[in-house]
Design a protein around this ligand. Structure first.
Ligand SMILES: OC[C@@H]1[C@@H](O)[C@H](O)[C@@H](O)c2[nH]c(CCc3ccccc3)c[n+]21
Length: 440
């Protein structure tokens, strides 16, 4: 039975998602300051294809046509992010009015087209000047973030009703300061855990500030959550899965929804645990109006490392296609935590798309979306309050350390001429969200 729009509540939101650094380009235009990703991309070897976000999808100039494209898909909402370095080129102090003007025009463009703006304040493009002072490892950055949030909310508050503070603090801390694959590319677990704490503190401080400026708006945070399954029921495999669940998921869910770090992981981290000051957990765990969940895949954990089930299929990122993991994850967080309405703020897959006669037959991506939209519906049927689903991504874009070598878009981007071409998956999504028979 093919999933249909009517399998969801009438007020369920379907959308598409992007982020500033991945699509905008124009990195030196209208007063924008350097971000840590501009710096990172200039460091040889950091990006697989040696590229950066200087041009990307040239969305900074092509945004009217891109909003037309989004509107043509028939979606209800558009999840985008604001580039902090466009708003405060030095990360603090003077505000760049041209940067605010751009996002004001962009948001007005969404509203004129009947698209609900879902704004993310921080999707990884930290102003370089703040990194020069320690970045998220420096507790002060949390307060600079709250000041930035104030500036954005004061300008856009009358138009935007939904704000996510952070996109994936796990990526902005562990992947960036411990694993080192993302900017600023450090490998220091103590630094990473300090960064994670200050990101969550910044989230809390920003929510506090925004409650007064945009009363009645929906404030939340977006987490990448990855359900962890033991490779077998052997004790050491079960322990490995619990540790993975702890470092990936509970290390962020607990301070937000319980006002504490999980004790098992806190103990495992030993000397590397962050300095927690009085009042920090009151900030990190203050009430929010939604939780954004970015889901792509699961992990299967064994005592000697992750396992790749041979019977599964894998995306171009090497991630297992496992839609059941989305249902399991949503049911689990709904059971283990007192959560507000949940949005799937990102879900999608990269495949090596081929442009053939002006079309892209991305059958695997269509199947991926069908299965995961179905998995979302299954969670709703099991009582989880899921309020929306955003496909990652609207269009192919800069895929961080993979550069342009991975295509996640439901719309193909020919970077040679910046043409946008709807893939079959965009057409499938259009039939789903516009309630036509999803006969495809
Ligand atoms: O990789 C695809 C997308 C990125 O383009 C988005 O900017 C970012 O929000 C995003 N997050 C994830 C999941 C993060 C993850 C990290 C480590 C392991 C598995 C998944 C996938 N994506």
């Amino acid at each position: 039975m093919t999933i249909k729009r009517t399998d969801f509540p009438d007020n369920f939101i379907f959308g598409v998602a992007t982020s500033s650094y991945q699509i905008e380009g124009a990195t030196n235009e209208d007063g924008r300051g350097d971000s840590i990703w501009d710096t990172f991309c200039r460091e040889p070897g950091r990006i697989q294809d040696g590229t950066g976000g200087d041009v990307a999808c040239d969305h900074y100039h092509l945004w009217p046509q891109d909003l037309d494209l989004i509107q043509s898909l028939g979606v209800d909402a558009y999840r985008f992010s604001v580039a902090w370095p466009r708003i405060q080129p030095d990360g603090k102090g003077p505000v760049n009015q041209k940067g605010l003007d751009f996002y004001e025009r962009l948001v007005d463009g969404m509203l004129e087209r009947g698209l609900q703006p879902y704004l993310t304040l921080y999707h990884w493009d930290l102003p370089q000047t703040l990194q020069d002072e320690g970045g998220w490892v420096n507790r002060e950055t949390a307060y600079r973030f709250a000041e930035y949030a104030r500036v954005v909310a004061e300008r856009l508050g009358g138009r935007v009703r939904s704000y996510a503070t952070l996109n994936e603090p796990w990526c902005s801390s562990i992947l960036s300061y411990q694993i080192g694959e993302h900017a600023p590319g450090l490998q220091d677990r103590r630094a990473a855990l300090a960064a994670a704490h200050h990101l969550l503190l910044g989230h809390g401080e920003a929510v506090k500030v925004m409650r007064d400026i945009v009363p009645g708006s929906s404030l939340g945070i977006v987490l990448n959550l990855q359900p962890a399954y033991p490779a077998s029921d052997r004790e050491e495999d079960v322990a490995a899965a619990r540790f993975a669940d702890g470092t990936f998921n509970r290390w962020f869910l607990d301070p937000i929804f319980r006002g504490e770090y999980p004790a098992d992981i806190w103990d495992a981290y030993g000397e590397d645990v962050p300095t927690v000051q009085d009042g920090d957990f009151a900030a990190t765990s203050q009430p929010i109006d939604f939780l954004g969940v970015n889901y792509y895949s699961r992990s299967v954990n064994g005592a000697t490392g992750n396992v790749r089930p041979s019977e599964s299929s894998y995306t171009h990122m090497g991630w297992e296609v496992y839609p059941q993991g989305l249902t399991d994850l949503l049911v689990r967080i709904n059971h283990d935590y007192t959560v507000p309405p949940v949005y799937i703020t990102e879900n999608g897959a990269a495949y090596p798309d081929e442009l053939e006669g002006g079309r892209v037959h991305d059958a695997q991506r269509v199947e991926y979306f069908k299965a995961h939209v179905q998995a979302t519906s299954d969670a709703v049927q099991q009582g989880v309050n899921v309020a929306g689903y955003f496909a990652w991504s609207l269009m192919d874009n800069f895929e961080w350390a993979f550069g342009y070598s991975r295509r996640f878009g439901m719309v193909y981007v020919d970077y040679g001429n910046q043409q946008r071409i709807l893939k079959d998956s965009a057409k499938w999504y259009q039939t789903l969200v516009t309630r036509q028979d999803a006969g495809v």
